[in-house]
Design a protein around this ligand. Structure first.
Ligand code: PPS
Length: 567
């Protein structure tokens, strides 16, 4: 197979028309794109999602969900939808144009709405991702982040989203095609990744390119990857270090601003189509490609070779050749990497799993040179200091008067006594005074309040501090959203202060339960408003039989067992 490096259609208008359109667009209703929508829009506009001409219409969406194909039967496995809030959906209707803006308000495109509908998200989850299970990051996104209404219609591109980082490393499909054309690269094998590259990856990509008699494109995703992944700034610095290890002028690296869904087999087919659009002829697919991890039953969402099989089935139609990823292992006696299936029976094989690597980084232990390149390890150590120096969040949840604040205060003092990291207490009452003074106690306001706390806690965690939060936080979904915000940057410890409503009412330290019973305080948690008990808190504390000091000590022990404080 030879590369087709002719230009691919883009959705941008000429620069003259763009300037005019931008002025006209200023008076249109406008939608502020979410980070994921910005990634999708960029690839729609630059041809990365060719043949799509805009966000999916209802007919295309239904067909993609059910059959992996557009309504006209073209292969397309992943819905690319513009999800919006109910309020925005109310304001607009089909046959209307809207401006699509980035998060600073810059107009990137105009969309002509042709369709507006309320999707069946559970069906989408089951058909596209294989299960309506919130442990799947894309399913969780679908239910808890994405808006309830979808808008579909063609997009007219005005300008690409602005990137301030690694500008020279980003290429549109047409830029890559032109690059391949200029260099005479007729066969190009693409390697998709969302992780740092170590020696085994370097060996396998190099071999894959050699076997396919092709040049190599390292094509890492820098848009959105799996929550908890290593940030792309660190990864790109790691990739740059590894690039020097390939023979000169055989390999190119380009960054792809894709928002991954972790959709396994369907995602692998989608990735292959995107690489075809970027002018590649071959695509490496490994074991559990774009796998989301375990489901809520602790089992894998997809079989290890489902992705390879689905790409193999469709490779002709896509026009890209599957290169199955070879598991590379280090053979100690020969001091070299070999494909696992070619290792002599009596040879000693060394390996370090992803989990083991994380453990060694967390605990500051040795990472041998046969496993990775010193420059890569040093980059990783900079961003992933050992756990005892990382930021984290302790999130107390429980009824009013359950004892959250008292335990949280005791914990704060103990952590300050330990020293080393700044400690911030975001107590329910204090937050309501300084951050959320305009909010009441409706579900909507409580959610805003908790998300604000989560945002502040995630910033503290990111910057290496300790955040202790102590709100009621009565809703499971909101607590989960906070966990996700924080876990991007560090550990999250949820502590359920499980004092029963009867006991809280008996204590009634602030006299609020009495007022709530008399109907003088409305929507009072536990009396006239719900409290959804946590099912998966890392720790549950009992304040009837244990003193606040001892409860705080239990949290300290838990933190120690998690490696977050020194024993
Ligand atoms: S929430 O649901 O997490 O946003 O609540 P939070 O910010 O933690 O605020 C709880 C404190 O506000 C007082 N208060 C009420 N609590 C529950 N329901 C109603 N309607 C209400 N009105 C006022 C109460 O003193 C809570 O303080 P704590 O520290 O939990 O006792």
């Amino acid at each position: 197979m030879s590369a087709n490096t002719a230009p691919i259609p883009e959705l941008y208008v000429s620069s003259d028309s763009a300037a005019k359109l931008k002025v006209e667009a200023a008076s249109l209703p406008s939608w502020d794109l979410t980070p994921r929508q910005i990634c999708d829009l960029e690839l729609l506009m630059n041809g990365g999602f060719n043949p799509l001409k805009g966000f999916n219409t209802e007919a295309d969406y239904n067909s993609i969900v059910e059959t992996m194909r557009l309504a006209d039967a073209t292969l397309w496995p992943m819905p690319i939808t513009l999800d919006v809030s109910a309020e925005f959906a109310e304001m607009v209707s089909p046959d209307q144009d809207i401006a699509l803006r980035d998060q600073e308000g810059v107009i990137l495109a105009i969309m002509s709405i042709t369709d507006k509908w309320t999707p069946n998200k559970s069906n989408e989850a089951a058909k596209v991702f294989g299960a309506d299970d919130l442990a799947h990051p894309a399913v969780n996104y679908l239910h808890n982040t994405a808006g309830p209404v979808y808008l579909g219609g063609p997009v007219t591109g005005i300008q690409p989203p602005v990137h301030y980082d690694f500008k020279s490393r980003r290429d549109t499909p047409n830029e890559l095609r032109a690059f391949f054309r200029k260099l005479g690269w007729r066969r190009v094998v693409a390697f998709q990744t969302r992780n740092p590259l170590h020696r085994a990856h370097q060996e396998l990509t190099f071999r894959a390119a050699k076997e396919a008699q092709a040049n190599l494109l390292i094509h890492p995703v820098v848009g959105m990857t799996k929550p908890g992944d290593i940030d792309h700034f660190t990864r790109v610095r790691c990739y740059e270090a590894v690039l020097d290890q390939y023979p000169a002028s055989t390999t190119h690296m380009s960054l792809l601003n894709l928002a991954m869904r972790m959709g396994g087999p369907r995602e692998a087919v989608w990735h292959a189509l995107i690489r075809k659009n970027h002018g590649c002829t071959h695509f490496i697919v490994g074991r559990d490609h774009a796998g989301p991890g375990k489901n809520s039953q602790g089992e894998d969402f997809y079989g290890p070779y489902d992705s390879q099989n689905l790409v193999a089935e469709h490779q002709r139609e896509i026009g890209i050749e599957l290169v199955p990823f070879k598991q590379m292992v280090f053979v100690q006696d020969r001091a070299e990497y070999m494909p696992a299936d070619e290792v002599p029976a009596d040879a000693t094989v060394l390996s370090i799993s992803g989990t083991e690597l994380r453990r060694r980084l967390q605990e500051g232990l040795d990472i041998p040179e046969w496993f990775s390149f010193p420059e890569v390890v040093s980059e990783l150590r900079k961003t992933k200091p050992p756990r005892v120096s990382q930021g984290f969040t302790v999130f107390f949840t429980g009824l009013s008067g359950s004892g959250k604040s008292t335990i949280a205060n005791a914990l704060m003092v103990k952590l300050m006594e330990l020293g080393g990291r700044p400690v911030t207490l975001l107590d329910g009452d204090v937050v309501r005074k300084h951050l959320s003074s305009e909010l009441g106690f409706s579900k909507e306001h409580r959610d805003i309040n908790i998300r604000r706390i989560g945002y502040v806690a995630s910033e503290i965690t990111k910057n290496g501090g300790i955040a202790i939060c102590a709100p009621i936080a009565p809703y499971t979904a909101t607590r989960r959203a906070v966990r996700e915000m924080v876990e991007q940057f560090g550990a999250f410890l949820e502590v359920h202060v499980a004092t029963s409503v009867e006991e809280c009412e008996r204590r009634d330290r602030k006299g609020l339960y009495k007022l709530a019973r008399e109907g003088k305080i409305k929507e009072f948690t536990g009396i006239s408003d719900p409290y959804e008990e946590p099912q998966n808190a890392e720790l549950v504390v009992d304040t009837i039989n244990v003193s606040p000091d001892d409860c705080a000590q239990d949290v300290m022990l838990k933190l120690e067992s998690m490696g977050l404080i020194a024993g």
